[in-house]
Design a binder for this molecule. Sequence first.
Ligand code: 3EB
Length: 334
Amino acid sequence: MIMDNARSTPRLFCAPGPGFRSLLEEYAGRILGVFAYGACKPEPPPSDVPFAWIPMPVFEAEAWYEVWVSAQAVTLRRAPDRSLACDGELLFGTVVLDDPGDDALDAGAFALYSILFDTLDREGYPALLRVWNYFPRINEDTSGTERYRAFNVGRHEAFCSKGRVIAEGAVPAACALGTRQGGLQVCFLAGKVPGTVIENPRQVNAYRYPSDFGPRSPTFSRGILVGDALLISGTASIVGSESMHPGDVALQVDETLRNLKTVVEQAGTRGFDTGDHAGLHLNVYLRRPGDYPIVRRMLDRAFEGARHVAYIVADVCRADLLVEIEAFWLPQGK
Ligand code: 3EB
């Protein structure tokens, strides 16, 4: 098969607040999906484009919009609890379920991921590439299991029950973050063909985390190459499988930067060529709003020239982690 990378490369454009409207016009008919991060419900796109409001406070704006754009025309489908956009190479979708409650979060995650996998099978985009997982009170534990850990049980079991292999090269890139309100919300990017999965040799592959971190391991990889773009999963201060530097945000940022650098190096061995930071987008999640000045200073230095860096307040999925960074990197000229 001749690989036409440009056709299967998603593009990302970001704008604060109402600035996203000009992006909608510019890329009309090719938009895969729109995210809006903000504490208050922002204006949705005026169409059937998949849209996810992520209820999290952001710095420097009322809301940050991410507009994910295909290289070709998309077709759209929408139901009350889900939406889809597909372009023949990539499929972007959202699924939302009411919060099932603390003692049924595993069942909720199972139901949601079952819908997700059924959708991929029905639409003919079998390769799950990147998932965004959001739900409130992610670190709370009122039923004897932390909600994140319960979520992992249902997610893992849906992978197994829908015939997905949990192994090297077969799990999607992902993030999992706590929102301020709302139900279970999952957004996903899938493909006709698999991407190139990236893992991090400084870290145990997440699907092999020992059971100290929950009865079922989380099913994600550290990153993935989709066409010419590198999508880096939520990355934090973890070495091996242990959280490092509890309580010290500066050391956690340093450790996170070492992990990001390693992921990019690994992508380099699979043909990814970064060039400069001009095509780099970052989302930086802070548990404590007060950490913004120091983290901002450190990342301004580390990622000078980055195209877009959003700072977002969110609960990171391990209670001892203060910061998590995810990235989209499409080298300029691609
Ligand atoms: C970690 O490395 C930090 O459960 O989908 C990062 C990215 C994290 C994705 C997920 C969790 C997830 O374990 C947390």
